[in-house]
Ligand binder design. Sequence first.
Ligand code: FES
Length: 132
Amino acid sequence: MASSAEMRPGRVVNRRLAGEDVVVYRTQSGRLRAVRPYCPHLGAHLGHGGRVRGENLVCPFHHFAFGPEGECVQTGYGTTPPKARLGVLECREAAGLVFVWRHARGAPASWEIEEPSTDGFGPPHCTVRTLR
Ligand code: FES
């Protein structure tokens, strides 16, 4: 989905996974998070203008803020946050890469990614190519 190096604190990227957009971001404290892209308020796409503020992802439209577990923690109107939440996807980092788990029925990951041995190898190099 992304390289760990490009996901510096505060970064938000939009990536495709199995035909759907996924928004990946890193909080200011360094937590990596992956969420479904659409704001539960009025459906804005958080991968286009969403920003990290502290540990929260803030929607670009009405500035509702969502915590690392997807819960709405603040509205742009100063009102009590609704019970709405973002869909959170499991994500991991290994070998300098970001992996996101997506299951068609929402089942949790049934296996873990192990950190591979890099003995005898240099750091990973990442490139992105678009295949037609
Ligand atoms: S659409 Fe996201 S806060 Fe309104």
